[in-house]
Design a protein around this ligand. Structure first.
Ligand SMILES: Nc1ncnc2c1ncn2[C@@H]1O[C@H](COP(=O)(O)OP(=O)(O)OP(=O)(O)O)[C@@H](O)[C@H]1O
Length: 761
């Protein structure tokens, strides 16, 4: 049995047949309209495809662009099937408004359904009896498939409470509301959206202005991830013109986590968000390696930035002695003085290493050509000088001498040299201790780790690419673009598709030469892409170097940063937002807090908070929305029986969850060092757990999974069996706080060592 703590006193569930029939009629109209739009879009798509591959390249790319447009629209219309309509507000001017996943109008452009993100829907989430905002009644319409199963009303104008309403209130039926139903539902392994039940404090964050950095701090289960995702969808809707071409980036802690949330945005009608982890931020780099915490922490420190800068700079080197080269009987001397002069001029441009090198080489070749010419004994003409330069450029010894002075470098080469050649690291990082330098040492061909990725990005920024060709191309492209946007505008006017896409975006699609490249796809494959907005989840884990990469991706500093400084595991992560963010964002960030825990039953959340406080973590205030009977269970076993006891608990939990919910998910959480032994015990008990970072859809949906606390971060389960919390605490109190707050129903703690302080009341 569970109930909402402090349920809204003026809410009650109604479900008289008349009301349900009335709502069913309305809902039928909405779905009818949705079906019409789907078939209309399908027809237009088929028509575009029917035109076949003929026509000029311009016609073809135009057709492909429209095909993509209709495909996107169709997948959006398909994705909003579940709970298309979920709310209604009755206003004090006797009008009513239905709220749903997307906006719908009929043929006469009369509004049937208001998009949850529209200003006209805001009152649905914000109105309270104290501030009704013109709303006299708020109704949650609960549907299964296309059938209305119940409605729940909140009467905000208390004068309007009917006897029936009052009776409902007396019966205390508020606990059966849409929110509770959502919270009680079994977990599927995929996060669901909360669009029908967003709470006031969450809505204020979701709709907060686009500009600046917004930090959302909140304890476990307060909906930070949910809010971050709904905010991304909201911003794409409210600032479409700004964001549709620059894109939105969402950064999460792991691939597993990104898979866990990957259905939320499509269900909100948005598919254009790029999702990534820090380790995937540099296209073409696969960070498959792992390393000790101490190494990752060191790599994440802000002091690595000047080390990388110095590592680049020392690759521009004036030799101590001259080099003499003979070409066709002419002697050329490459003098340190000339190199120093050319270097000085090239550096004055303040361009990245590889680009400034182009200037350096050109300057040096000019100086050497002059030497060459002076020895010929006649006036060298410009075209002859060009030939000499060409010859010098092709000469192997000249090339070697110039490369030794200024080597073209890739980020990978720079970093790998730094790690695998101790003298290079010593040269670039004289301030690191020898122990610290030893931590960074590795083989030249060792795989990259996630902590290397910000360093590679830093290096890429300082090295740049040889972009002469790119610049010439960019000039031509800019001229072409103006023509294309004008053309796209004409096309939109003549086809009446202006509401679906802007002229700029359509021009991008024409120009990209085909249907494949959406903004998200182009952004994801381009390291230097700058986004219109970046959302970071579990942001407390980010290192100083990771922040530098992210801020390069969003020069406008338009960010949503969500996390909990009490759940930090990374050694280089934050215990205080101020300490983490002031150095990177100065004081230009604003803080919002979420305080209501929607996930974990009160008894479990209270135990976790007591433990976290006893361990000295910076815990946010946390009020739990739900109580569940018998939610916290503790079993003590002698050490030799511990694993079998854990396996028994897991078996029981799987049975209970499946009996109660039909399906559901259970996690066993144990420290890394125990995972193998726990797995053996589970197998011995006839259970087959999915282990560790699930990589396939089946794993994410598995009924039983065995995880370390870090792998469990951000995820949730119906029941959790936590093995030996003292071991988890010994690694990190933040990890234990995470592990304890994953279940929506039951936490079963199995231990033989003493329990960490606070777990028991
Ligand atoms: N307004 C709401 N209506 C229904 N469910 C909600 C609401 N807010 C949050 N939830 C649910 O509460 C659970 C926790 O949400 P979420 O994972 O976003 O929390 P979190 O703050 O990111 O947690 P953690 O820090 O522990 O990872 C999810 O199942 C989410 O769907």
């Amino acid at each position: 049995m569970s109930k909402v703590v402090g349920g809204r006193e003026n809410a009650h569930v109604t479900g008289t047949n008349d009301e349900l029939t009335g709502e069913q009629k309305t809902v039928d109209v909405m779905y009818g309209r949705l079906d019409e739009l789907r078939s209309g879009t399908r027809e237009r798509l088929a028509e575009v495809r029917r035109t076949g591959p003929a026509g000029s390249p311009q016609n073809r790319s135009e057709r492909d662009a429209f095909a993509t447009l209709y495909e996107d629209r169709l997948s959006q219309l398909e994705a909003v099937e579940e709970r298309l309509v979920f709310g209604r507000i009755d206003l004090d001017d006797d009008t009513r408004r239905y709220i749903g996943r997307i906006g719908l109008t009929d043929d006469e452009q009369t509004q049937l359904l208001t998009d949850w993100r529209a200003p006209a829907a805001q009152a649905f989430y914000r109105a309270t009896a104290a501030h009704p905002d013109g709303v006299v009644r708020r109704r949650h319409v609960v549907t299964r498939g296309r059938t209305v199963t119940s409605v729940e009303d909140e009467v905000l104008d208390l004068d309007l409470l009917t006897d029936e309403d009052a009776q409902g209130r007396l019966d205390g039926l508020s606990g059966e509301g849409a929110l509770l139903a959502g919270l009680r539902a079994g977990r599927t392994g995929r996060m669901g959206d909360i669009v029908a039940t967003i709470q006031g404090e969450q809505d204020a964050i979701i709709r907060s202005e686009l500009g600046g950095a917004l930090v959302v701090q909140g304890g476990p289960g307060t909906g930070k991830t949910a809010v971050a995702l709904h905010r991304a969808a909201y911003l794409l809707y409210a600032h479409r013109r700004t964001l549709e071409r620059s894109g939105v980036l969402l950064v999460g802690p792991s691939r597993t986590f990104l898979r866990y949330i990957d259905q939320v945005l499509p269900s909100l009608g948005e598919t254009g968000v790029v999702t990534t982890t820090i380790g995937e931020l540099v296209p073409g780099v696969l960070a498959s390696g792992t390393e000790d915490e101490a190494v990752a922490e060191l790599k994440g420190r802000a002091t690595m930035a000047p080390i990388i800068a110095r590592a680049v700079r020392v690759r521009q080197r004036v030799p101590a002695e001259s080099t003499t080269v003979r070409i066709d009987g002419v002697t050329i001397v490459i003098r340190p003085g000339d190199i120093a002069g050319a270097m000085h001029r090239a550096r004055r441009q303040h361009r990245p290493h590889n680009q400034a090198r182009v200037t350096f080489v050109r300057d040096m070749l000019g100086r050497l050509a002059d030497q060459y010419g002076a020895q010929l004994g006649w006036d060298v003409q410009p075209d002859e000088r060009q030939e000499i330069i060409g010859e010098l450029r092709g000469n192997r010894e000249v090339r070697i001498a110039l490369n030794l002075a200024w080597m073209p470098l890739t980020p990978q080469k720079l970093l790998s040299d730094l790690y695998s050649r101790p003298w290079r690291l010593e040269q670039a990082a004289p301030d690191l201790t020898s122990e610290q330098r030893a931590l960074l040492e590795r083989d030249a061909d060792a795989p990259w780790t996630p902590a290397d990725v910000p360093l590679l990005d830093e290096a890429a920024e300082l090295l740049g690419e040889d972009d002469q060709a790119a610049r010439a191309q960019a000039r031509v492209a800019a001229e072409q673009r103006a023509t294309e946007v004008a053309y796209a505008r004409q096309v939109l006017e003549s086809t009446g598709s202006g509401a679906l896409v802007s002229a700029e975006l359509l021009a991008d699609r024409f120009a990209s030469g085909g249907p494949a490249l959406t903004t998200a796809e182009r952004a994801a494959s381009d390291r230097s892409w700058t986004y219109g907005h970046v959302v970071v989840d579990e942001a407390q884990e980010l290192s100083a170097m990771a922040w530098r990469v992210l801020l390069r991706r969003v020069p406008t500093r338009s960010l949503t940063i969500v996390g909990d400084v009490a759940q930090t595991s990374a050694a280089g992560g934050a215990r205080s937002w101020r300490r983490m963010l002031d150095p990177v964002l100065r004081d230009s960030w604003r803080l919002n807090e979420l305080t209501v825990n929607y996930r974990t039953p009160a008894a479990v959340a209270d135990a976790a908070v007591r433990m976290a406080k006893a361990a000295g973590l910076p815990v946010s205030p946390l009020t739990s929305a739900r109580e569940v009977d018998d939610a916290l269970r503790i079993t003590r076993e002698p050490a030799r029986g511990l694993l079998d006891a854990a396996a028994d608990c897991a078996k029981q939990a799987v049975t209970d969850v499946s009996d109660e919910l039909g399906a559901g998910r259970v996690a066993v959480i144990a420290v890394d060092a125990s995972v193998l032994a726990v797995r053996a015990a589970l197998l011995g008990a006839g259970l087959a757990p999915a282990v560790g970072q699930p990589t396939t859809a089946a794993d994410l949906d598995a009924p039983l999974v065995l995880l370390t606390p870090r792998e469990a971060k951000g995820l949730e389960f119906d029941a959790v069996v936590l093995v030996e919390p003292a071991d988890v605490l010994a690694e990190s109190a933040g990890d234990l706080y995470v592990a304890m707050t994953r279940p929506t129903r039951v936490l079963h703690v199995v231990h033989s060592a003493d329990l960490p302080a606070g777990i028991e009341a």
